[in-house]
Ligand binder design. Structure first.
Ligand code: SF4
Length: 353
């Protein structure tokens, strides 16, 4: 049975959802000087404080007043897996009980984070564990941001790059995605350079065009996975209505407008998109354009018939693409010994329950 205390708790707003103006107004109402808002924001966004008591440069009485009025977000770690290659995958519970996944991938002095923009996903990609379960809801900008900070605090290291390639299609949650990127980029947030912040989309064309007009130098990755319409329709039914021809033209406009080189993600699936005809179509799609192709070794999803291509085949792709002037890399599959593909850890935990 819910108590009064529960009801009051539910009525509190999350401090992450306040604009600077709202926070300043609230603090002024508590008789506080103007500089307090900046202090509170620094604790919340840059330091990722987990309790009001940590905010030691605020008067104790004020901390108590804030705790009565506001919650501090706080994603909660439900499960984690650590890979022998150093990467860690987390299942995080949000304030309403919904769970999302994110991954931290260290490499030398760098720490990359892959974060989710939605809980579940409506796009239904054939090779994806998340796609099979449908969309639960979109995340707020703070919920996207907090995943990155959770990883930062767990590793105790600065995050040097973020890719929004976890669960969800970022461009189906455009405004929150952009707000999260801006906060990650801001010196008053995580302070990560815009070029090191990447959005990965299935190819939602109207939002690609919108993204091209944003002032920041954020990076764009497009999940291509096949340059043959029929194959792509089967692998990625959620973007069936955006044809490859239109995607090609949109990407041309994107490059003209931004001067930035997009990445095409291509998960190599044995016998499906790694045939000679598929390779030729990929070369045709990329030749003469500004593009980089990331060839990904598919993570096997339990219950799926899709299998990874051989490493030798991946090398064939690199060579052929190079012969038409397109740079391609075979991406090391990080966390191959854990459930690193999006949705896999969540599935496993839910099955365990
Ligand atoms: S691959 Fe990404 S866009 Fe496709 S279903 Fe999975 S989460 Fe959604």
């Amino acid at each position: 049975m819910g108590t009064n205390a529960d009801t009051e708790k539910d009525a509190r707003r999350d401090v992450h959802s306040l604009t600077r103006g709202e926070l300043t107004e609230l603090l002024a109402g508590l008789g506080q000087p103007g500089f307090r808002a900046k202090q509170v924001e620094e604790w919340v966004w840059s330091k990722n404080a987990r309790s009001w008591d940590e905010m030691t440069n605020l008067p104790k009485a004020l901390r108590e007043q804030l705790a009565e009025r506001l919650t501090l977000g706080a994603v909660e770690e439900v499960a984690r897996q650590a890979s022998s290659d150093g990467s860690r995958k987390y299942l995080l519970r949000l304030s309403d009980g919904v769970c999302v996944e994110c991954v931290g991938m260290p490499s030398g002095s760098r720490l990359a984070v892959c974060a989710s923009t939605q809980a579940g996903c409506a796009m239904g990609c054939a090779f994806c564990a998340t796609g099979g379960a449908g969309l639960t809801r979109s995340l707020t900008d703070a919920e996207i941001y907090e995943q990155v900070m959770h990883v930062r605090d767990d590793f105790g290291e600065r995050v040097t790059s973020v890719v929004l390639m976890g669960q969800g299609e970022p461009f189906m949650n455009y405004d929150a995605t952009l707000a999260a990127l801006r906060r990650l980029n801001s010196p008053e947030g995580a302070g990560i350079g815009a070029r090191h912040l990447t959005v990965s989309t299935c190819g939602v064309i109207p939002q690609i065009m919108r993204f091209a007009n944003e002032p920041e130098q954020f990076t764009l990755a497009v999940s291509l996975h096949s340059a043959v319409q029929k194959t792509r329709n089967a692998l990625m039914p959620g973007v069936r209505k955006y044809s490859l021809v239109n995607l090609y033209n949109a990407m041309g406009e994107y490059v003209d407008k931004t001067g930035r080189r997009p990445t095409y993600e291509y998960a190599l699936i044995g016998g499906v998109n790694d045939t000679d005809a598929e390779l030729q179509a990929l070369c045709d799609f990329c030749e003469g354009t500004l593009a980089h192709v990331n060839l990904i070794q598919l993570n096997e999803v339990e219950g799926s018939k899709l299998r990874p291509s051989t490493p030798a085949r991946a090398e064939d792709f690199v060579r052929r693409l190079a012969s038409v002037g397109v740079e391609a890399t075979v991406r090391n599959s990080r966390g191959a010994d854990i459930d690193a593909a999006c949705g896999q850890l969540k599935q496993r935990v839910e099955r365990g329950r």
